[in-house]
Every structure is written in structure tokens, then in C-alpha cells.
Design a protein around this ligand. Structure first.
Ligand SMILES: *Cc1c(COP(=O)(O)O)cnc(C)c1O
Length: 534
């Protein structure tokens, strides 16, 4: 599938022209105050409660209900909803939506997040009334089609990963990690053992140690090697009778394949522990490598990354967890079973199929149905060979970026090849006074969302770029050109673009620490607002 360059000119003229528009001596765009307070078509937007002017947006019949009929429950004070007309409400939310940088507005190079195009076909399928209007409490005899869809998706996930079972209910990657560790905990308890330690490489995504701690384990950090992979010897040395599991990401967060993974899996199993794999980077290997063949016992799959469902504020995710033979019996409720009557979700322990020992359940109901429809639509429209092609193209795109920029930026783990992410560090910025943060903020002025910064933590001033397979070569060339020019300017000591960037965005650089620690919460209770107005 080829994308045109997000509707922008494919030549680089736009970049050059924009540079010439700020002539010396004129008021620069960032300094120009406007009469309205808006900046161009980027409107300033207040909170909807501050826009309130008491209007009523819809006509509601003046119903006379006696207090008795409501059993004295009738509200005596105003509900405090903002009063606006319908067009004002619509404009408010459309303006807010325009402040949202999205994969639909431009290249979104965040590493680890797999911000790829969400095909519109998926959206169309998810909105079919039979799926979109489904109620989770509808009698199962009336939802056989939806259950069939879930069963098909489960089959695809099992086939692609080479695993015998999958738990569908986790609602995100981190939730899937928790599901996997709870299954591991149940399996260990069923063996009559107590194991308390979980080994996590120091390059891991923050959710890994957080999940292990949340599930009641102590986290033991495993160092990496200078080549960006986990230190297999150090990992083996840490194995012991109190180790419940290791949590490893493959390809790892440095965008590299863990070559020793089969040997690590063997050592982990020999020590009586389980191998949890963080599968968030499945987009690099889907259709090429089956994690089950590598000795993995549990792995979550971020449907919202690999299988292209909207995420990152754009929609809910889904994090199904595939399970090996060693863990399949402990999968959480509900279980999808087929019998004479058709497909059935078993929720009740009295009806469990033979051998099932579910550890509990992850959430009410059965998971994110809308995501399931989108993911299966993606799989069926690509086919197995197309899924494989997508992974190969994602890896090709990342290597193109690495190869095109490694002479002006610095790649900490050599010249590649990498998997689906290109990782740079900040050594090319040494002695320039420009930091990774400055560099990323300058990208905003150029119309790009920054890459992932300062992650993985094992790389100084990390910049992690994941272009995905859905960018065209023209789009990648334009991105590479902008990053090259920025890098060359920084190295040449021309740092004007970096100090205080972004300058052309609706907001300048924020004090992120203060924003997190001392948030300004402007929402007021209706009576406080009224008092403030008086
Ligand atoms: C995205 C990601 C996660 C967490 O997934 P969510 O769906 O955001 O909870 C975990 N590990 C890695 C490596 C990731 O990229």
C-alpha cells in the first residue's frame, strides 16, 4: 500500500521557502500578537466550562413530573453542565481535535509505539451494526457471528505466534503483561512452589518492572551488553529456585533482535522459571518468526500496534496474551468453547472444560470487540504473506533511516542492520549545547512529532525512530532531509532553531516537571464558577 506524502508537496521546496519567510528586522511569527488571541487558524480554546453562557443546545419538552413519582429524588440544584448551542459544542471539540497530532496528519516516528496507518477498511468493518451495536450482555445464541470472529482472530494469533492458546480479554499491552504474570503465578502455585523474583533487562519498557511489582514479585534488573543485547551470562547467573520468570522484549527496545533467545529460554526452563516475552515489537517479525518456536511461554500482542488499530488517545487498545502448553490451563475467564450448541463463552467455574484452572478474570466482559474486528480485518486484507511483507517493510524503512542518517547523527550500536527501529544517541550533539530535548522540540517547528526521547534508558540521550511500513519512500526522504539539516546546523554551531523550540507551535516549551507535579486544574464546581463571576 503506498501513501502519498500526507498531502504535502513531495519536493523539498516547502522546507526552503519556509526558511526564507522570516526576514531579519520583521516581526517574527512567534512574536506577533494577534487581536483575537487566536494564531492563524490555530484557535485558542478555553475549557468548555469557561465557554458556558447558559444556552440550551437541544429542545427538550417541558415535562411535568411530580416529586412523588421520583420518590423525592428530584434534583433541587442545577446539574452544572456548561450551556452552549450545538454549533458551539461541535466547534469546541473540532478545535480540540485539531490540536491533536495524529498518524492521520503526519509521520509519527515514536519508537516502540508503532504508529502506523489505520486502514479505513478496518473502521468500516468495526462500524457494521452487527458489530458496532453489539451488547456484551446479549444472549450468546444471538451473538454467534461475533464469537466466530473472536475464534478466527484467536486462530490467527495462535498461528502467527506458534502458541496453543490465547487470552483475549486484556485491554492493552501492560494489561496483557499482568495477565501473563498472573498466569505464571497460578502455574507456580499449582506446582506447590513459591517463587518471588522476576528478572527484567535494564533496557525494558517501564511497564515490565511495573507489572512485575504490581503482581507481587520483586524485580531484579539484568544488565545489557555493549552491543545493545541483554547479557545472557549475567541473566543465567541470576537464575535460581526463587525466580518465577524473566520478562524479555524481542526485538528489544534498542531495535535489535536478541540472538541468544533460544539459549536463554532453555536456561530459564531448566531453572523451573517461565519466559514472558514483551511482544509489543511483534511488528518487526510477524509472519517471519513464531515466538512459540523460540521457547516463549507467554507474550502479549498489542493489536493497536502490530495490527493497526487506532491508539495513543485515538482509541482503546487490546493486548491479547498467547500462552504455551505450560501456561494454557491457567488462562483467565471467560473461555471460548465450541460445543453442540455452537460457540459459548464460559464464565462460570462450574462449567469449565477439562483441565482448565483459570486464575480469575482480567475485566468485566470479553475484551475490546471493536479492536478485534479491526485487527481481523487487517489480517484478512493482508493475508499471511502480506503480514510478513509488512514486517519486512517496517524493518527496511528503519534501516533506510539508520543508513541515511548515521553519518551525521550517532548510532550507538554500530551501523546496523537494525530491526524495525533506528536508534541514535546524543554523542553527535556533544559540545554543541544542543540536547536531545532541544533537537526533538525543533522537529515540532518543522511539522514533525518528535521521535521517542531518552528511551531506552541504557542509551545516553536516546532518540528512537520507528517509521513503520506505512510511510512511502518520498515521506521518509523528506523526514531524513529535515533531520539531516537539523543535525548539520547543530554541529555547525547554528543553534538558533534549537534554543527555546518549539516557536511555531501553539505552545512554547513547557516545564514538564511542574506540569506533572503542580498541575493547574482549572475546573471549578458550578457554584464556585458562579461566585467567581459575581
Ligand atoms: C507499548 C509498549 C508496551 C505497553 O503497551 P500498552 O498497550 O501501551 O499498555 C509495553 N512494552 C513495549 C516495548 C511497548 O512498546
Amino acid at each position: 500500500m503506498s501513501m502519498n506524502n500526507q498531502g504535502r508537496p513531495t519536493s523539498l521546496d516547502g522546507v526552503e521557502n519556509r526558511r526564507r519567510t522570516v526576514a531579519p528586522g520583521t516581526v517574527s511569527p512567534e512574536e506577533m500578537a494577534t487581536i483575537s488571541g487566536d494564531r492563524g487558524l490555530d484557535h485558542e480554546e478555553k475549557l468548555i466550562f469557561e465557554l458556558d453562557h447558559g444556552a440550551v443546545g437541544v429542545d427538550i419538552a417541558d415535562v411535568q413530573i411530580s416529586g412523588d413519582r421520583l420518590g423525592g429524588m428530584r434534583r433541587s440544584t442545577a446539574i452544572g453542565l456548561p450551556g452552549l448551542s450545538e454549533p458551539e459544542v461541535v466547534r469546541h471539540y473540532v478545535r480540540l481535535s485539531r490540536k491533536n497530532y495524529a498518524i492521520d496528519s503526519g509521520l509519527y516516528p515514536l519508537g516502540s509505539c508503532t504508529m502506523k496507518h489505520n486502514p479505513r477498511l478496518n473502521e468500516k468493518m468495526a462500524r457494521l451494526p452487527g458489530f458496532g451495536d453489539l451488547h456484551p450482555l446479549a444472549p450468546q445464541s444471538t451473538t454467534q457471528g461475533a464469537l466466530e470472529l473472536i475464534a478466527q482472530l484467536m486462530n490467527w494469533l495462535e498461528q502467527l505466534t506458534g502458541m496453543p492458546a490465547v487470552a483475549m480479554s486484556p485491554k492493552a499491552g501492560a494489561h496483557g503483561e499482568l495477565c501473563g504474570l498472573l498466569a505464571i503465578r497460578a502455574a507456580i502455585a499449582a506446582r506447590g512452589e513459591t517463587r518471588t523474583r522476576v528478572l527484567v533487562p535494564e533496557s525494558a519498557h517501564g511497564t515490565n518492572p511495573a507489572t512485575a511489582a504490581f503482581a507481587g514479585f520483586t524485580v531484579d534488573s539484568v544488565p545489557g551488553k555493549p552491543d545493545g543485547r541483554v547479557d545472557g551470562e549475567a541473566l543465567k547467573a541470576k537464575l535460581g529456585p526463587d525466580v518465577a520468570a524473566i520478562m524479555l522484549t524481542n526485538p528489544n527496545t534498542c531495535g535489535l533482535f536478541e540472538g541468544e533467545i533460544v539459549e536463554i529460554a532453555r536456561a530459564v526452563h531448566d531453572a523451573g522459571a517461565y519466559f514472558y516475552c514483551d511482544g509489543a515489537n511483534f511488528n518487526a517479525i510477524a509472519g517471519r518468526v513464531r515466538p512459540g518456536d523460540l521457547g516463549i511461554d507467554a507474550m502479549h500482542i498489542n493489536l493497536h500496534k502490530t495490527f493497526s488499530t487506532p491508539h495513543g488517545g485515538g482509541g482503546p487498545g487490546a493486548g491479547p496474551v498467547v500462552l504455551s502448553d505450560r501456561l494454557a490451563a491457567f488462562a483467565p475467564l471467560p473461555l471460548l468453547v465450541a460445543d453442540k450448541a455452537g460457540l459459548r463463552l464460559v464464565e462460570d467455574r462450574a462449567e469449565l472444560p477439562e483441565g482448565a484452572q483459570p486464575f480469575g478474570r482480567m475485566c468485566a466482559f470479553h475484551g475490546q470487540m471493536g479492536m478485534f474486528v479491526r485487527a481481523l480485518a487487517y489480517m484478512l486484507s493482508h493475508g499471511r504473506d502480506g503480514v510478513r511483507q509488512a514486517s519486512e517493510d517496517a524493518v527496511l524503512s528503519a534501516n533506510y533511516i539508520l543508513a541515511s542518517l548515521k553519518d551525521v547523527m550517532s548510532a550507538p550500536f554500530g551501523d546496523g542492520p537494525c530491526m524495525h527501529e533506528a536508534l541514535f544517541d546524543d554523542s553527535f550533539l556533544e559540545n554543541t549545547g544542543v540536547t536531545t530535548l532541544d533537537f526533538a522540540k525543533a522537529m515540532i517547528d518543522e511539522g514533525y512529532h518528535p521521535m521517542t526521547m531518552y528511551f531506552p534508558l541504557v542509551v545516553h540521550g536516546a532518540m528512537l525512530i520507528e517509521p513503520t511500513e506505512s510511510e512511502s519512500k518520498e515521506s521518509l526522504d523528506r523526514f531524513i532531509h529535515v533531520l539531516r539539516e537539523l543535525a548539520l546546523e547543530a554541529k555547525a554551531g547554528r543553534t538558533e532553531r534549537f534554543a527555546g523550540a518549539p516557536r511555531l507551535a501553539p505552545r512554547r516549551r513547557l516545564d514538564e516537571t511542574a506540569a506533572a507535579r503542580k498541575p493547574v486544574l482549572r475546573w471549578k464546581k458550578p457554584d464556585e464558577l458562579k461566585q467567581a463571576a459575581e
